[in-house]
Write a protein that binds this ligand. Structure first.
Ligand SMILES: Cc1ncc(C[n+]2csc(CCOP(=O)(O)OP(=O)(O)O)c2C)c(N)n1
Ligand SMILES: [Mg+2]
Length: 585
């Protein structure tokens, strides 16, 4: 039977057409999917509504693509996955967006309601499967619920009434083709959903300004909500004499060479600050859960955010400001409570020490040495990528050791990595979506060979969709961060850390992309340039596996009980052992 088009019986639009119109009204330009009979009606209508359908090779990759689209454009990302295995394949991507707090709408269809519970093809409890990792879940069987539910879903995804994140709505497949009554098509449902602004109370601004005035050593830590505040944030840091640390979710809020940024002195700043200001940031595993044994026990906290995770989780703020970061920084700047001059000594000392340490790290040796076998040092590969990164470039990183090397060396203005879910396999899909969303910007994805394998077939998606991204594989023939830790802990016992010596350039060629292999530093720059001229391209680079990465040195793979890092774990254990009372309110 052929599709009857956007008008179902009686000349009324179908439910599928109403869904497509809603998605278009949210400013969505691309929807990521993989075909399945149950959801075809929606995809057909999306095409008619002028939305580009990007079809991936795996539903998890489709969700990752929608994730990158949302992260980079600030608009809601949309993925449509089919029933049963289509949905279960998507769960990993949904969970990753949940932890990253990325606004994502996942739509699906389930088995027809009249067959539910009878042993239908592909039947699993879809809503129940995704509920713990979604901000909103709704299963629709009636036309009158369609638009209100989509509106609620978009509001929740954007963080209107809680943290932003993924939402899930599925439909009875028969319903999709039915007409939707004009009564249910109130035009207001088709307005773009925007997150309402939230302004800070005057009284909390007064209290925060007083703390900022008294603070002698003020550290500001960026979170998701810091992105997009660039010049305002810079003015705030200057006015209040603060130093600044970004985190992976705020990377790009300030340019890499911002004067108040002190990325090389992270541990010292955290330990010494007497006032910590968090900008829409959870105090999660990357910030030692705000522990009084890692941060100074007596430090005051000003926590700015719109939800409990950002405001009170793990450590109470001395001032908790439930408001947008942007309006709070503006209000504090207007308040103009400049800090006591003596406080600036610490800031100046940290900026100086940071510059000195950075200069040492980036100076000699000019090129970090190759291995005895000629394989390239990971830092030398990252240096070569840095030479290609301009202000508008989008950098993506996925992998274990290579991620760790990149986080200390890659000079990225716009950055996206595998996120707090540590979701290997996101790099290729992120690269595809980034280059489709911003075709005039350079997209470079740096990916470990292990991570690459999860979604290598998405290179074919890139070719088919003319996604002009450069994929650089850091190939050490291993799940190296795991392999190194395994061998250090259990010498001689290799339990699956090694991978075969594959040539991913050849795999890429077989998928229709440009591919080149690089075995020595002398040919690296030219190969990367040729890759940029022939995107989508995969440059497969043989890198050393014997260099221990910063995360390897820090013991990230050891998984201590109390913290992500053994040093923080030890600090907390010692504090507990000394019987130190918790910090006063
Ligand atoms: C989906 C998933 N499976 C397993 C892991 C555990 N893990 C973390 S890093 C890593 C090794 C990654 O290898 P590769 O991408 O080649 O990077 P390398 O460490 O070799 O630089 C593994 C297996 C994970 N984070 N995600
Ligand atoms: Mg590897």
């Amino acid at each position: 039977m052929t599709d009857t088009g956007s008008r179902a019986a009686h000349g009324q639009p179908s439910v599928a057409a109403a869904i497509a119109r809603f998605i278009a009204s949210q400013g969505v330009e691309r929807v990521y999917t993989l075909p399945g009979s149950h959801v075809k009606a929606i995809c057909g209508e999306l095409e008619r509504a002028g939305i580009r359908i990007v079809s991936a090779r795996h539903e998890c990759a489709a969700v990752h693509m929608a994730h990158a689209e949302a992260h980079l454009t600030g608009r809601i990302g949309v993925a449509i996955v089919t029933t049963g295995p289509g949905l279960t394949n998507a769960v990993t991507g949904i969970a990753s967006a949940y932890l990253a707090r990325t606004p994502l709408m996942v739509l699906s269809a389930r088995v027809p309601d009249p067959q539910a519970g009878m042993g239908a093809l592909e039947e699993v409890p879809q809503g129940a499967l995704v509920r713990p990792v979604c901000r909103y879940v709704r299963e629709i069987s009636d036309g009158r619920h369609v638009l209100p539910a989509l509106h609620m879903a978009a509001t929740a995804a954007l963080g209107g009434d809680g943290p932003a994140g993924p939402v899930y709505v599925d439909f009875d497949p028969g319903l999709l083709k039915q007409p939707i009554a004009a009564w249910h098509l109130d035009q207001r449902w088709f307005s773009a959903v925007a997150r309402a602004r939230r302004l800070p109370d005057r009284e909390v601004i007064e209290r925060a300004a007083q703390l900022l005035h008294d603070g002698r050593r003020t550290l500001v830590i960026g979170g998701r909500a810091a992105r997009g505040t660039g010049p305002l944030l810079e003015r705030f840091l200057q006015a209040y004499g603060c130093v600044y640390l970004d985190t992976r979710e705020s990377k790009g809020a300030l340019p890499p060479d911002s004067p108040c940024s002190i990325p090389a002195l992270r541990a010292r700043a955290i330990a010494e600050a007497d006032l910590v200001v968090t900008l829409g940031r959870r105090l999660d595993f990357e910030l030692a859960y705000g522990s009084a044994a890692v941060f100074s026990g007596s430090a005051c906290f000003i926590r700015i955010g719109r939800c409990a995770e950002e405001l009170i989780e793990n450590r109470r703020g001395d001032v908790e400001i439930c408001a947008d970061v942007e309006s709070t920084l503006s209000a504090l700047l207007e308040r103009n409570a400049a800090p006591k001059a003596s406080g600036l000594e610490w800031r100046d000392e940290l900026i100086r020490a940071n510059a000195e340490k950075t200069a040492k790290m980036t100076a000699a040796p000019v090129a970090p040495p190759a291995g005895a076998d000629g394989r390239i040092h990971p830092f030398a590969l990252i240096d070569a990528i840095n030479r290609l990164v301009d202000d508008s470039a989008i950098c993506i990183v996925d992998g274990g050791d290579i991620l760790s090397f990149a986080r200390v060396r890659l000079q990225a203005h716009t950055y996206l990595d595998l996120g707090p879910f540590g979701c290997l396999g996101s790099g290729v899909p992120y690269g595809v979506a980034a280059s489709l969303a911003f075709p005039s910007r350079r997209t470079i994805a740096l990916i470990g060979d292990g991570a690459f394998g999860f979604s290598a077939l998405e290179i074919e998606t890139a070719v088919r969709n003319r996604a002009r991204a450069l994929f650089v594989v850091a190939n050490n023939d291993a799940w190296n961060i795991e392999r190194q830790e395994q061998l250090a802990r259990y010498p001689g016992q290799d339990l699956g850390g090694d991978l075969s010596a594959c040539h991913y350039d050849r795999l890429a060629q077989s998928l229709g992309a440009y591919g080149e292999r690089v075995d020595e530093i002398a040919t690296l720059d030219a190969a990367l340039e040729r890759g940029l001229a022939n995107m989508p391209a995969v440059i497969d680079v043989a890198v050393r596996r014997d260099v221990v990465s910063p995360d390897g040195k820090a013991g990230l793979a050891e998984v201590p009980a109390l913290h992500a890092l053994p040093s923080w774990d030890g600090a907390e254990r010692r504090a507990i052992g000394r019987g130190i009372p918790p910090p006063e309110d």
